[in-house]
Design a protein around this ligand. Structure first.
Ligand code: ADP
Ligand code: MG
Length: 321
């Protein structure tokens, strides 16, 4: 059963740029999906349209049976049920953490306000910061308060538009993993938008890949990793080495074994020391083709003659073009 449903949405801005083209998408109730796409691919436009904050040129968005009205159709744009959070999401600087979280609840009865604020403070492990002002918190904690504030009115859908881009890697990973558990507990439907596949995968194995305003692939990461629709999708997951021959097949660096004998002949032209392995650049013999391959035992040096092997099952071919 689809719950959040985007049907054939297009968006053309007055400037003429086509940000979304015939975009359709369905997310199950309580589903958490990550959307990945390069900068300018239309991610933010899509989330604003889903939230009812932007007028689409064509198409319609439904939440359950409810049609989402856009700002041209609705006096006060947006919906309490659908909360959009982005990087520059502002907290009230002179209010405490507790007051920030309680703010959206002002129209509800006092008893519920108190109860719900405590729930959120507990859920997000923010009790010890409840009396602090935003400037006394780290960037990660501030973003958590922003999410707590959005969750306070029990939204059904949370749209996260690259909300962690300003955080350092460790803060970001910890926060994503913590939030993932919280979203599961709350059974809230989430679309998490990012340009970083690593971040996307920390949140969810279910991926949506957007390219130039079009949904190019959707599904579990395992399927997308091994059967990418096109080169753009495949390259989001890292290097691709072109296999010589007419077939148009590729192999990933991690799937190539480097040995001293037997296999495709090549010469090491450069070596990079990375955290878990050496990354070698090798030139295939009698060609100008250059590959990247992993050397997990750090044994090969620049100038070495090597042989490369790989399993046929690890070859990648694009499923669309
Ligand atoms: P992303 O979030 O993936 O970076 P956006 O949705 O922000 O992508 O932008 C998609 C395209 O639409 C880009 O070409 C961008 O320049 C254009 N665009 C976005 N917002 C506006 C706007 N308010 N006015 C005109 N063009 C816009
Ligand atoms: Mg954006």
């Amino acid at each position: 059963m689809s719950y959040l449903k985007v049907s054939e949405v297009s968006k053309r801005y007055d400037s003429g740029s086509l940000a979304l083209e015939d975009f359709s998408l369905q997310v199950q109730r309580g589903g958490v999906v990550s959307m990945v796409g390069e900068s300018g691919s239309g991610k933010s436009s899509l989330l604003r349209i889903i939230a009812g904050l932007e007028v689409q040129s064509e198409g319609v968005v439904h939440l359950g049976d409810q049609k989402i009205l856009n700002p041209a159709q609705k006096l006060v744009p947006g919906y309490d049920e659908i909360q959009l959070i982005h990087q520059e999401y502002k907290l009230y600087p002179n209010s405490t953490v507790e007051e920030n979280i309680a703010r959206p609840l002002l129209l509800y009865d006092k008893e519920y306000q108190k109860e719900r604020t405590e729930e959120i403070l507990d859920l997000l492990s923010l009790q010890e910061f409840r009396d602090k002002k935003p400037r006394q918190l780290s960037g990660g904690q501030q973003q958590k308060v922003a999410i707590g504030r959005a969750l306070s009115i029990e939204p059904e859908v949370l749209l996260l538009d690259e909300p962690f881009s300003s955080l350092d890697v460790i803060q970001k990973r910890e926060l994503i993993e913590e939030l993932k558990g919280i979203f599961e507990t709350l059974e809230v439907t989430v679309i998490f938008v990012t340009h970083d596949v690593d971040d996307a995968l920390l949140m969810s194995e279910e991926l949506l890949i957007i390219q130039k305003g079009k949904l190019v692939q959707q599904g579990n990461v395992r399927g997308i990793f091994w059967h990418p629709a096109n080169e753009y999708v495949a390259r989001l997951f890292g290097y691709l080495n072109p296999v010589p021959g007419p077939e148009g097949a590729y192999v990933r660096p991690s799937e190539v074994k480097v040995t001293g004998e037997n296999g495709l002949k090549a010469k090491v032209v450069s070596q990079q020391f990375l955290l878990h392995y050496n990354l070698l650049t090798v030139k295939l013999a009698d060609t100008d083709v250059v590959w990247k391959v992993d050397d997990p035992n750090r044994v090969f040096e620049v100038g070495d003659d090597v042989c490369l092997t790989y399993e046929n099952e690890s070859l990648i071919r694009f499923t669309a073009s």
